[in-house]
Design a protein around this ligand. Sequence first.
Ligand code: ACO
Ligand code: ZN
Length: 161
Amino acid sequence: MESPLNVVTRPFQSTDLSEIVKINRRCLPENYPESFFLYVYSSFPAGFRLADVDGKIIAYLMSRIEVGTSVFSKFRRVKKGHVISIAVLPEYQRRGIAKRLLNEVFEKMAVAGATEVFLEVRVSNYPAIALYEKLGLEKAKVLKKYYCDDESAYLMARKFS
Ligand code: ACO
Ligand code: ZN
């Protein structure tokens, strides 16, 4: 039997930046300059969390709070949590780490006054879609040719409480 991993989750700090950038480049085609990670972090520090195993960073979740039209009603202006990017290194996947980071950040978003959460995901990204559905998000829209390579996205969203 595999021995259980000692996974610790904690807030991002600026000294983690280079490791987060590496994980982002390894796991996702959507990459950003370092300045973008810091900009998002500064707007909602509680929404940027990571997971480590014995001091090695293995996953992150970056999010922010936006004010705008509700995904669920175009007549309501709300605070919305926006999950911008999440990734878990391949060798640590399917251990509940993404689910844990998302649940923790949803809690922070709700405390900050968000009444819903949304994100975009490639229509071909079955693992991520399955994860988000497990956490109660639903496909709300298709965003045609959302990505640089013309792939479409699902806009997925969930209300809090
Ligand atoms: N196949 C089917 N279902 C899956 C899969 C999969 N490969 N991965 C997760 N799920 C579902 C399952 O229901 C799973 O529960 P179970 O293991 O008990 O069956 C549940 O989600 C929880 O999974 P976790 O173990 O918490 O997910 P993990 O830590 O493996 O991370 C993630 C999932 C983030 C999608 C990971 O596969 C990854 O980093 N992929 C590459 C990067 C990526 O695609 N990120 C999302 C892009 S969209 C965005 O960032 C907004
Ligand atoms: Zn987005």
